[in-house]
Design a protein around this ligand. Structure first.
Ligand SMILES: *Cc1c(COP(=O)(O)O)cnc(C)c1O
Length: 421
């Protein structure tokens, strides 16, 4: 099936007389005929349902759909994108280990990796997103267990050379984990470029309607965990009557371990009702992504043409940074998110933002409605002007998340705001 069809049909095929729409199974628990039946699902939790802290039929449909969209073997949903990033690392790193991450990633992930995981004894080694193969290779230590990056980074909109990063990670015997939130599998499927694990904040384009926070981890099923670096995968799990994940679940040992161990213990699993809403978003993901890209390209071209900006970052735009890598990894567009720096700095940016009528001022991106954020007054407010420059954010920088309104209406709104400064 092509991706538009997969968005609608993967994960749920009703049988004779069953509901057309995937039902919401609002139940914490599941009933069995006998003690033996319960014992059997405890022996192999992939064979039946136990408890909705780590598996639920409604969420299962969404997991199967997202695994199919990404071309993976299996997936597990989480209650937020942050939980997905956290578990993706904790599943293979423990105190005393390290992993490498691109420095150009979501700010929340930088906090999680650089501060919170550090307190748990896991070191994150940050490298530049555009480092060379040799520089990336040189960052490895003996205890390095994974490499992490974002396809299209939030908010910098840098494009990662996934194929090169996968090659270097594999040369060192570790998996590449890719946060594919902004691109979505409609615009890029990292597993096809060598990534082993894919994570998402489903709160963004996948949900699409700003309805609920969520996340997901996808296991490609392709990484070889038996190279000696991952005893957590190849040696008996004492917390699960000594089973060995690579032996018992060879198709997707990583995601099975994440569910049976980490989700069982942490319980950051989404509610069935949230998964139902997420599925509604997923059904239209392919058509929405096309329209976001078409709208955003028109808007980016308009902004570029005004002469009122220092630069526009939108990798699909020829003049933008990241354009060469975007041609390879994101040939069908680079989502709805654009950033640009307005001439006149902070004062001009604030006046511009406050003049917008259609675009709403909010701390969100990838919504169906157009929204804007002024990082210097919001997410990066605590920083001095000098620190802002060091973080690559100038006072004039605006992040615009183009929605699905008619592009001409969005442009008219921007025109009126430009005229006001
Ligand atoms: C928003 C976001 C996250 C965090 O996701 P939440 O659902 O807000 O927890 C992680 N990565 C990227 C790229 C994001 O945009």
């Amino acid at each position: 099936m092509k991706i538009e069809t997969q968005c609608l049909h993967e994960g749920y095929t009703p049988k004779n007389g069953e509901p057309r729409v995937m039902p919401i199974v609002q139940s914490t628990t599941y009933v069995y005929d006998s003690t033996d039946d319960v014992a059997a699902v405890f022996d192999d939790p992939t064979k039946g349902l136990i408890y909705s802290r780590f598996a639920n039929p409604t969420t299962d449909v969404v997991e199967k759909k997202i695994a199919a969209l990404e071309g993976g073997a299996a997936a597990m949903c989480t209650s937020s994108g942050q939980a997905a990033s956290l578990l993706s690392i904790l599943n293979i790193c423990e105190a005393g280990d390290s992993f490498i991450a691109s420095a150009s990633i979501y700010g929340g992930t930088i906090n999680l990796f650089g501060y919170t995981l550090k307190k748990m004894g896991i070191e994150c080694i940050f490298v530049e997103h555009d480092c060379t193969e040799e520089e990336l290779s040189a960052a490895f230590k003996d205890n390095t267990k994974a490499v992490f990056g974002e396809t299209l980074a939030n908010p910098a909109l840098t494009v990662l050379d996934i194929e090169m990063w996968a090659k270097v990670a594999h040369a060192h015997g570790v998996p590449l984990i890719i946060d594919n939130t902004f691109a979505t599998p409609v615009l890029c499927r990292p597993i096809e470029w060598g990534a082993d694990i894919v994570v998402h904040s489903t709160s963004k384009y996948m949900d699409g309607h700003a309805l609920q926070v969520g996340g997901v981890i996808v296991d490609s099923g392709k990484f070889d965990w038996t190279n000696g670096k991952f005893p957590c995968m190849t040696e008996p799990d004492e917390s699960y009557h000594g089973l060995v994940y690579t032996e018992k679940y060879p198709a997707a040992p990583y995601i099975t371990k994440a569910r049976m161990q980490l989700m069982r213990d942490f319980g950051c699993y989404p509610a069935a009702n949230s998964s139902f809403l997420l599925n509604l978003g997923l059904e239209t993901l392919a058509v929405r992504m096309k329209q976001y890209c078409e709208n955003a390209l028109k808007v980016a071209q308009y902004i570029q043409s005004t002469g009122k900006v220092e630069f526009v970052t939108y990798p699909a735009l020829e003049e933008s940074k990241g354009h060469e890598l975007a041609k390879k990894y994101l040939p069908n567009g680079t989502s709805g998110v654009i950033s640009f720096s307005i001439k006149g700095g902070r004062n001009a940016a604030v006046k511009f933002m406050d003049s917008l009528k259609l675009a709403s001022n909010e701390v969100h991106v990838a919504d169906i409605r157009t929204c804007v954020l002024h990082p210097a007054s919001a997410t990066h407010r605590q920083l001095s002007d000098e620190q802002l420059v060091a973080a690559g954010i100038d006072g004039g920088l605006i992040r615009l998340s183009v929605g699905l309104e008619n592009a001409d209406d969005i442009i008219d709104d921007l025109k009126a705001a430009f005229a006001n400064i």
